[in-house]
Ligand binder design. Sequence first.
Ligand code: F6R
Length: 260
Amino acid sequence: MAEVVIVDTPEAAGTLVARHIAARVRDEPAFTLGVATGSTPLPVYAALARERAAGLDLSGVTAFALDEYVGLPEDHPESYHSVIRREVTEPLGLDPARVHVPDGDAATIATAGERYEAALDAHGGVDLQLLGIGTDGHVGFNEPGSSLASLTRIKTLTATTRADNARFFDSPDEVPTHCITQGIGTILRAGHLVLLAFGSGKADAIATAVEGPITASVPGSCIQLHRHVTVVVDEAAAAGFERAEYYRWVYEHKPAWQGL
Ligand code: F6R
């Protein structure tokens, strides 16, 4: 079972997860962090920046992003190259040479998935993967119906995802139609998955992913196939869980030595 941790606020979630990552980095400075974009992981990055200000050195950390839009120039403010640079690489003091984002160049997209998988393999994979979830249940940009064995490849965004992400663009039409994303099979190779969800808009998606059947129709349900998953939600996102009281009980009685 995924461990489900229910906290009061996204900020509390960010602090909890960042403390765990900081401890892992102190133990292993060449730690590899899988990073997500979107709004959800921002409290984690903010809390990690505070850890950095308090002395944590993240310069040996390697990062692999989950996804990128196809056809947006890398220097477009909403390309995930730009977002990762702005929200992760610069505030955390990562070495830009160790930060990897899939190549969304439309001209070479046919080989981009294979190249990203090769880079992940050559590096030795991801130690901890941060994940958000889409209101349609996607993780990465693996939209409903994505193979549970999929690898990094081009995908077509659903109308729901394009509408959800329109807030980052001047008009909904500007949201790209295609993306390149780590596959579900790729994500499942990471050592530890940390799936975050905040707000009532995510309550159905996260409850279905954690407690519903494992199905390609709900890509987030793939977490049930992984042996080390931590789901961190705020109270609003926890509203749909049938077993919320049990999750709270488990966390309150968790042996301290287990960590996250
Ligand atoms: C982003 C990603 C997506 C988002 C998801 C939730 O790299 O892979 O799966 O995590 O769309 O987005 P937000 O966090 O903006 O609600």
